[in-house]
Ligand binder design. Structure first.
Ligand SMILES: NC(=O)C1=CN([C@@H]2O[C@H](COP(=O)(O)OP(=O)(O)OC[C@H]3O[C@@H](n4cnc5c(N)ncnc54)[C@H](O)[C@@H]3O)[C@@H](O)[C@H]2O)C=CC1
Ligand SMILES: O=C(O)[C@@H]1CCC=N1
Length: 276
């Protein structure tokens, strides 16, 4: 996608997600002098400033006042306080585009916290955004224009793939699959690594074989038109060793485990919508 007309964009919170999104935007040609980032402490701000020559501040409201787009990138638990401060100190919030990447909290809540008339897009990214291989789910309210949506799509295309979803229920599900997903894959990779160690490999070799296998499998899944199940079958020779390993996973009902995990994460997103 071509670079949209630059708008001044303020990121509230300089954590992992902000660092990756800002890095992706700059790499895609977005002018760094249109990017503002705030955080209570200086270390992450200094790194961002050195790396990209963008504007930084310890004062959320100061950068929000100057911006046309405000990205809320703090933990859900802090959102109410952060928004209360912005709504007290930033005039014309309803003339800006508000974006949140926080899990759970829904658009009507932001209207309560900030202003009933805001225009809002919610995005659910994931940590592989840090290496440009993220997935970001997006959902916009009825007030967001085509230009607003294109602008935010550009910002998140810089760190991976973007997927528009129909509503906030779907965003909760995408969050439980793709937002949390890297943790599930790491958990599985770590367990395979532990198995290799249990059978005699040292930690380093075990990790090398697991991570390269994960990369290889993911690359094959992306490059192939085959269903994942068929790719699995290609590895599983009749009467061979993989079949025995797969039998163990299937006996533990891996499909049911994954469904339960996703349902539990969706339920927590719904809970956070009520709590914060
Ligand atoms: N980490 C993940 O996998 C994902 C996280 N998210 C969401 O992204 C948001 C941020 O997550 P991360 O970047 O991972 O967290 P993080 O903990 O790395 O970053 C949060 C940043 O906010 C700063 N902060 C704390 N209080 C603040 C305040 N009052 N004003 C401004 N900044 C403040 C912290 O110092 C920190 O730098 C969360 O709401 C989370 O739900 C969404 C998708 C995936
Ligand atoms: O665990 C969380 O709440 C966030 C949202 C998706 C990934 N991390």
């Amino acid at each position: 996608m071509s670079t949209p007309t630059p708008r001044k964009i303020a990121f509230i919170g300089a954590g992992n997600m902000t660092q990756s999104i800002v890095g992706g935007m700059v790499k895609s040609g977005y002018p760094a002098d249109h990017i503002f980032v705030s955080n209570p402490s200086d270390a992450k701000l200094n790194t961002l400033k050195e790396r990209h020559q963008l504007h930084v501040s310890n004062d959320n409201a100061e950068i929000a006042q100057q911006a046309e787009v405000i990205v809320l990138a703090v933990k859900p638990q802090l959102m109410a306080d952060v928004c209360a401060d912005l709504s007290r100190r930033v005039p014309n919030l309803d003339s800006k585009l508000i974006v949140s990447i926080a899990a759970g909290i829904r658009i009507p809540k932001y209207r309560q916290y900030l202003n009933e008339n805001i225009t809002m897009i919610r995005v659910m990214p994931n940590t592989p955004s840090l290496v440009g291989e993220g997935v970001s789910g997006l959902v916009a309210d009825d007030r967001a224009s085509a230009a607003d949506k294109a602008f935010i799509e550009f910002a998140f295309d810089g760190v991976g793939q973007t997927l528009w979803v129909a509503d906030e229920d779907e965003l909760d599900i995408l969050g439980a699959v793709a937002g949390s997903g890297p943790a599930y894959f790491f958990e599985f990779m770590a367990s395979l690594q532990k198995a290799a160690v249990a059978l005699g490999f040292d930690h380093e070799k075990a990790r090398a074989m697991v991570q390269q296998t994960a990369l290889g499998a993911a690359t094959m899944a992306i490059d192939s038109d085959l269903e994942l199940e068929d790719l699995r079958k290609q590895v599983t020779s009749k009467g061979g060793s993989t079949a025995k390993g797969i039998e163990v996973y299937q006996a533990a009902d891996i499909d049911d485990i994954s469904e339960q995990a996703v349902r539990a994460a969706v339920a927590r997103n719904q809970e956070m919508a009520k709590l914060f």
